[in-house]
Design a binder for this molecule. Structure first.
Ligand code: GUN
Length: 296
């Protein structure tokens, strides 16, 4: 049996096109474009790349991009003042503070300052509670993107056994909630879990989000499992002057017996930005008093 490759890049491109297709109706109804503000504090190179890509994708979808790049020396009060300004700005529908923040800035305090109606990362207490209660709200981008790929592949997920490896606020926890809301039987595994291989072996759906290169081995995966690999890890370079290879949290080469698997790169990664645009459009329509778009 040969695993099918889940092409997240192609799915994300289609989603971005559909979102862009809904922007003109928003502009007609409101006289302005949906607006996404991204705040980057400090000069982490990976974050700079992510934030640059988010800005380009926002503009490509016909939306307004506001980028705020602040030095690592920015104080907490200054950051909170910027968020307050963006909360009050009617042209801003979504606010994303790129994480992690530099040392000295409190992520919880920062996220809590974001208006839940503009919280396109789904990280505020109000949106976390809505997800836990299976109510409509803004949902973190990466897990929502994983759900889209799973539904596209498997249709109805009712009754399936799902194992989420990782319990982060950004991915593991909301992923588990989404799977429960989709009627899966869900196990959250993490660094202190006993018998991890045996637990993963029971899963019809495996979501790996631990940030450890190729940690999930092929013989942990049952034949017929669908595997979503959220990890993006760079291996040490094998040749001088070259970058190391990008790999996921799953040993991809050992997983040829599964039903389907996302590759790294080209799997979950491209979905995150596409869903960020989706969440921005959803937030913009809700703020403007417009009905939600079906099927987005
Ligand atoms: N850093 C890495 N991924 C993300 C994300 O999805 N949202 C935010 N805010 N920061 C991140």
């Amino acid at each position: 049996m040969t695993a099918e490759i889940i092409d997240g890049k192609a799915f994300a491109a289609g989603l971005r096109e559909r979102i862009a297709g809904h922007v003109p109706a928003f502009v007609d109804a409101t006289g302005r474009k949906p607006g996404l503000a991204v705040i980057l504090v400090g000069d982490d190179p990976a974050s700079q790349v992510y934030v640059g890509s988010k800005g380009k994708a926002t503009v490509a979808a016909g939306m307004e991009s506001f980028q705020h790049v602040l030095p690592a020396s920015t104080g907490q009060d200054e950051l909170l003042a910027l968020i307050a300004e963006l909360n009050a700005d009617d042209t801003v529908d979504g606010i994303l503070v790129q994480l992690p923040l530099p040392e000295g800035l409190d992520e919880a305090v920062t996220v809590a300052a974001i208006d839940p109606a503009k919280d396109v990362d789904g990280l505020t207490d109000a949106n976390v509670a809505r997800l836990a209660n299976n109510e409509a709200g803004l949902v973190p981008c990466t897990p929502l993107g994983c759900m889209m790929l799973l539904h596209d592949r498997l249709g109805d997920l009712t009754g399936l056994d799902a194992v989420v490896v990782g319990r982060s606020q950004l991915v593991g926890r909301p992923m588990a909630q989404l799977l429960v809301n989709a009627n899966c039987t869900v196990t959250i595994a993490h660094s202190r879990t006993r018998n991890l291989p045996d637990i993963v072996r029971k899963a019809d759906i495996v979501v790996a989000a631990v940030g450890r290169a190729e940690m999930v081995k092929g013989d942990w995966l049952k034949p017929g499992a669908t595997v979503i690999d959220v990890g993006i890890n760079r291996l040490a370079p094998t040749e001088e002057g070259k970058k190391g290879k990008l790999v996921g949290d799953v040993a991809f080469a050992e997983a040829e017996h599964v039903k389907a698997i996302t590759p790294v790169p080209g799997g979950v990664g491209p979905m995150t930005i596409a869903v960020l645009l989706r969440n921005t459009l959803v937030a913009a329509r809700a703020r403007a008093g417009l009905d939600p778009v079906e099927g987005l």
